[in-house]
Design a protein around this ligand. Sequence first.
Ligand SMILES: [Zn+2]
Length: 481
Amino acid sequence: MKISDTLSGKKTDFKPIGKVVTMYVCGVTPYDDSHLGHAMSAIIFDVVRRYLRFRGYQVKVVQNITDVDDKIINRANRLGVTAAEIAGKYAQSYKEEMEALNVSPVDINPKATEEIPTMLEVIKGLIAKGFAYAANGSVYYRVKNKTDYGKLSRRKFDTMMVGASVEPGEEKEDPLDFVLWKAAKPGEPSWESPWGKGRPGWHIECSAMSTKYLGEQIDIHGGGTDLVFPHHENEIAQTESYTGKVPFVKYWMHNGALQLGAEKMSKSLGNLVTIRDFLTKHTPDSFRIFVLGSYYRSPLTYTEEAVAAAQSGADRLVRVVNKEVAAGKKKALEPKPYYDRFIEAMDDDFNTPQAIAALFDLARDINRAEEEGMNAGKARETLKELGGILGLTFEGKAEATIDIEPLKKLASAINQKAKTAGVSAGAVADDIETIMASLISMRKELRKAKQFNLADEIRDGLSAIGIALEDTAQGTVWKRK
Ligand SMILES: [Zn+2]
C-alpha cells in the first residue's frame, strides 16, 4: 500500500510504526449545524480506516471535539445560553449526522473541556524546555526556537512575518508566536492554571490528545487542506518540541476543500448545504459516491447536477445489489478481475475514483451477464463486499418510489404528442436515467417551441409518478419526491 504525505510531498509505501496503526483526525467545533464540507472530510477518513481494517491492520482512531472556542462562546452569548449547552447540542447532532451518513464511530472522541489537565501538562513541559513563555496570564509558543517551523506548509520565517500581527492585549515576544493558554476574559468559561484562570488555545488540544491517547509519534494525521497552516504547523511545533521526537506524524493526509460556486463551503461565507438538508433529498450513498468519485486531495465542487448524477449511480447500485435472481447451475460471472482492480486502486493512495469505477463496471456487467442467462451470484456478493469497504449501505428509496412502467408510458405518450407538435421525440429506454434525460431535454425543446402546455404535462406527469423537476442555474435536475 502507498500513501501520500503532505510533509515530504511524496507517495511512499505504508509502514506503520507499531503493531496498531495510530490515526488522529481533527474534529469539529460544534457551534452550528454541520455542513457537507464536514461530511466530506468525515467520509474520506472513514474510508481510510475502513480500508486499513480490510487490509488486516488494527487501527486506533482519535478525533477531538473543540467544545470551547470563540465561535461557541459568541453564539452562546447571543442566544443567552451557556457555551456548554451550545457545544453539547451541536456535538450531539454531529454524532447523529455521522451515523446517518454511515461514518463508523472513532475509537476515542475526547472533548477539549475534559482534557484541560492534559493540556496544562504539555504547556508546562514546553515552558520548561524554553519553547513557551507566560505573559500577563497567557502562555505563548516561541516559534523561532523551533528552527524547522514552517516545514509542513513550506513557509519561511520572513514570509510568515508579513501576515503575523500582535493583537491588542497580547504580550508576545514575537508576532509569529501563537497562544497556548488564554488569560480569562469576563463572561467566558475558564479553568484554573499556574498562570491564573484561563482557557486553552485551539492548537494545543490536538497535541495533548494525540500524545495522550496515541503516543508521541503517530502514523496518520488527517484533516482538511485549510488546516495545514497554521493549525497543523503548530501541532508539529508543539508536539515535537514537547516530546523531542521527530517526526510527530509519519503520514499527513489532507483532503481538498468542498466548494460551492467558486469558494470553499463555509459558515462564514454562508455558501453551505447542511448535512440535514442534503439527507432530506438524497440518500447517504449518493453523497459518498459524489465525494469518492474524486481524488481525496483535490478540491471538489458541489453542483446539483453532480449530486443528481451521483444519486442515479447510487440508485443503480441499489437496484443491482438488491435484485432477486434465482441461482442456477449456469456459467458464472467471475468477479476476481473487478476485485483486483478495486484493491489495486485503493492500495495506490486510496484512489477511490478508480475503485468506484470498478464497482460500476461490475454492476453493469452483472446486469449484462444476467440478461444473457449467466449466474452473477458471486459477483453480486463481491459488489456488496467492496461497496461496504467504501461505506456504501445499498439502501435507497429508488425502487420503492419510482416504477419504471408508468415512466415509460408517460414518455411514449409525450413522444406521440411532441411529434404531432413538430418537436422531435426522445428515447424510451429501459432505465430511469435515460428516460429522465430524454424527458428533460424534450421539455426544454417544447418550451423553446412555445408548447408550454405539453412541457407542463411532462412536469405534472412526473410529479404523479413521484419525481420532481427543479430548474437550476446549471439546468434542470430531477429528484425523487
Ligand atoms: Zn487538530
